[in-house]
Design a protein around this ligand. Structure first.
Ligand SMILES: Cc1cc2nc3c(=O)[nH]c(=O)nc-3n(C[C@H](O)[C@H](O)[C@H](O)COP(=O)(O)OP(=O)(O)OC[C@H]3O[C@@H](n4cnc5c(N)ncnc54)[C@H](O)[C@@H]3O)c2cc1C
Length: 401
């Protein structure tokens, strides 16, 4: 028997969950399906800018997030070759009307869990784990999904489908859309480590600028859990990645440092986008639509701003407040923002962190020092993320959120 649904979201990651909660808050029936048995707990997004906190506030989940997250008030750019440390406080870069003047640090799986909890309290919502999308056809009226489950193959028919199934998106593949762009040659290694880096002079967020030993180092908890992400030669054997971790760590802490690695995972990072974020009744959001490298913390930020636009626009379409062309606005604008703002900024951060030319590095260091005197105009990710929100949405008068 075919299950009949209004909206099916493929992918119960943070983008899928936020989209689902935004739709459900407007009274829309939402079904999330995910191939895994539960929320994926790999070390990925951990840094949330004030614009994301404002969205979480509007969704009614900010208090729960604040309760579990580390509150980060500042950042340091570190230059090991000269010993320079350029530090500043986020409050200095905040606009006067900005409600939140700091960042939150916590794992994206924890964000997904908070949203899942709120979603479960709303009627007409369900999350189906162990449901892997394998087939998709649409006829202009409905979308038919073929889903593999532990009980065998199942058909789900939906009015609308959202592909939030990550960078290797099955939805995108089934729509026949390429993922245009490039892959960085390095392998990014994200580690979660218990260690007292404050005692070693680290700030709560650190960008280490070095052609070889570049890194993003950020505190993840009020205790001593830290994220340390560095790069290694992408041609090295991935299987032996663990053996090389101690040697990499020696660039960031003395050899006698007492640490315990909690998690470590290798990633290939991309600057890629689908050529369209909408094919008739199927829409793409988050990493399924676009992917960038993690320097600057802009990937999930952009995905959550996709979710923000999509739940408002699709909600307005389904309630008959606006026509379906509002979804073309979604597809066009979110793609433009990724291509014009997110990806160029993320590339700039990555290149700056590992700049090979000493003269260019020195020039950039002095430019950063100058920019930090007036951080509200600087090319900081907190400032850039405000542009990632996008302009007003054509949602008509009746907006639930
Ligand atoms: C090391 C690292 C650090 C990062 N740090 C940051 C940061 O600090 N800030 C930031 O903004 N971004 C950061 N990012 C980027 C961020 O992790 C991604 O943008 C984010 O995971 C995208 O979320 P998503 O919900 O779109 O996709 P995902 O989190 O990938 O979720 C996709 C879901 O779809 C499911 N799925 C896949 N295929 C199927 C299928 N066929 N059927 C059903 N379900 C399926 C998966 O099981 C998964 O649950 C980082 C990335 C990395 C690698």
């Amino acid at each position: 028997m075919t299950e009949q649904r209004d909206v099916v979201i493929v992918g119960a990651g943070p983008v899928g969950f936020v989209t689902a909660l935004g739709l459900a808050r407007q009274g829309i029936d939402v079904t999330l399906i995910d191939a895994e048995p539960g929320i994926v707990n790999s070390p990925r997004a951990a840094i949330y800018h004030p614009v994301t906190m404002e969205l979480l506030d509007r969704l009614g989940v900010i208090d729960d997030c604040m309760a579990i997250a580390f509150h980060c008030h500042g950042l340091a750019m570190r230059y090991p070759e000269t010993g320079d440390i350029i530090a500043f406080n986020y409050e200095k870069a905040a606009l006067p009307e900005q409600k939140y003047k700091f960042n939150l640090h916590f794992g994206q799986h924890e964000l997904a869990a908070v949203i899942a909890d709120h979603l479960a309290r709303l009627p007409n919502t369900r999350v189906h784990w162990n449901h892997r999308l394998e087939g998709l056809v649409q006829d202009g009226e409905r979308v038919m999904l073929g889903v593999e489950t532990p009980d065998g193959r199942k058909q789900i028919s939906a009015r609308w489908v959202i592909g939030a199934d990550g960078a290797r998106s099955t939805v995108r593949h089934l729509l026949g859309l390429p993922f245009e762009g490039f892959t960085w040659p390095e392998r990014f290694i994200a580690t979660n480590v218990e260690v007292d880096l404050r005692a070693l002079g680290y700030f709560d967020t650190n960008m280490v600028i070095d052609p070889v030993n570049w890194a993003v180092i950020a505190r993840l908890s009020r205790g001593n859990l830290w994220r340390l992400t560095y790069g290694e030669d992408g041609r090295l054997d991935e299987e032996t990645m663990w053996e090389r971790v101690p040697a990499h760590y020696r660039a960031f802490m003395p050899p006698e440092t007492d640490y315990k690695i909690v998690q470590a995972a290798p990633y290939r990072c991309h600057e890629r986008s689908a050529p369209s974020f909408r094919v008739d009744r199927v829409l793409l959001a988050g990493d399924a639509a676009h992917a960038c490298n993690p320097c600057g913390g802009l990937g999930l930020t952009t995905g959550l701003m996709d979710a923000n636009a999509l739940f408002q626009l699709l909600g307005a379409v389904m309630h008959g407040h606006v026509g379906e062309e509002a979804l073309d606005h979604y597809a066009r604008e979110r793609r433009r923002i990724f291509l014009e703002i997110t990806s160029p900024s993320a590339q700039h951060f990555k290149k700056q962190m590992s700049e090979p030319d000493p003269a260019v590095r020195a020039q950039q260091r002095e430019a950063t020092r100058k920019a930090m005197e007036n951080p509200s105009t600087a090319t900081m990710s907190a400032v850039i993320s405000r542009r990632i929100v996008g302009g007003p949405l054509p949602v008509g008068a009746a907006l639930a959120l």
